[in-house]
Ligand binder design. Structure first.
Ligand code: HEC
Length: 277
């Protein structure tokens, strides 16, 4: 904007005031008087020249708080872009140098952990086995009911309906547990059929993870490791086949006994007994 000489501004103000009928302010009349007294400073041409409109800068509009926040934000440091661009390259180098550390449970226990959620056990017995609609497994509860894992496996395959209302479903030497109803079976014909390996997996998971300090849990853990080993090496399959069994058989809950279950576990039990001498 070009500077408008001070005296012109004052004169324009005085004229405007005169046109609108207002008395010119003392200051402006004074200054015109001064100017008139010094004709050299204000030639007549300037007075008759059209006076440019005085530009008044409009008051700034109020800034919305979010705009203010945006303007006040921390700017990205200048070095961030090259770093971000290089990150995937560095990541792919770094990834190759990492050891594959096994995470969480593996083998039968890993499978059991997954099934415990996927088959709905956790929904009724709690994610940590602390109970809900179904009883708690925690703190030795499970081992008081079932003194062997075979007995527990039979129960999970059968459920409340097959055992029958009011019947004792616990191990003969366990605490008495009478069926009140509500536990679904998972054997042949069930809505959510699991094969032998799957029921074994979830049984072992419950017995070893919810009560890991029990002597019984430690024995179950030894058996689990032996089973895992024999499954991995392919040793178990022919031994079971010789008995007409397959680890992926779906158990018929009717007439299922601990002896039938034990037939699947016998090869691993034999191997453990041989190791102990
Ligand atoms: C719909 C709810 C429900 C689901 C799903 C369920 N249970 Fe149960 N469970 C029960 C009830 C109820 C009982 C008590 C049995 C009764 O009174 O008839 C029980 C009892 C048990 C017991 C006996 C515990 C004791 O000490 O008495 C075990 C073991 C068990 N369930 C394991 C499982 C497993 C493993 C699964 C998943 C594969 C499972 N449950 C899924 C409701 C359920």
């Amino acid at each position: 904007m070009t500077e408008i000489p001070e005296h012109l501004l004052k004169r324009s103000a005085a004229r405007k005031a005169a046109l609108s009928g207002e008395a010119p302010s003392e200051e402006s009349s004074e200054s015109t008087a001064v100017e008139a007294a010094a004709p050299a400073a204000a030639p007549a041409v300037a007075a008759s020249a059209p006076v440019p409109e005085v530009y008044v800068e409009p008051a700034p509009e109020p800034v919305a708080p979010y705009v203010e926040a945006y303007e006040g934000r921390k700017k990205m440091p200048f070095w961030i872009l090259p770093v971000l661009l290089f990150l995937p390259v560095w990541g792919s180098f770094y990834y190759g140098t990492l050891e594959r550390v096994p995470q969480g449970l593996t083998g039968l226990l890993g499978e059991g952990e997954e099934l415990y959620v996927e088959s709905g056990c956790s929904g009724c017995h709690g994610a940590e086995g602390r109970g809900g609609i179904g009883p708690a497994f925690y703190g030795g509860e499970l081992h008081q009911t079932f003194t062997t894992l075979e007995d527990q496996l039979v129960w999970i395959a059968q459920g409340s309906a097959v055992v029958g209302q009011g019947q004792n479903y616990a191990s003969p030497d366990g605490r008495e547990r009478l069926v009140g109803g509500g536990m679904p079976g998972f054997g042949l014909g069930a809505a959510n059929e699991l094969d032998f390996e799957q029921i074994l997996a979830v049984t072992l998971f419950e017995r070893t993870q919810f009560d890991p300090d029990e002597d019984l849990a430690i024995r179950d853990l030894e058996l689990t490791e032996q089973m895992n080993l024999m499954i991995e090496t392919g040793e178990l399959e022919p031994l079971l086949a010789a008995e007409g069994l397959n680890i992926h058989d779906i158990l018929d809950p009717e007439g299922l006994t601990p002896e039938i279950v034990n037939a699947y576990l016998q090869p691993a039990r034999d191997a453990l007994a041989a190791q102990e001498g």
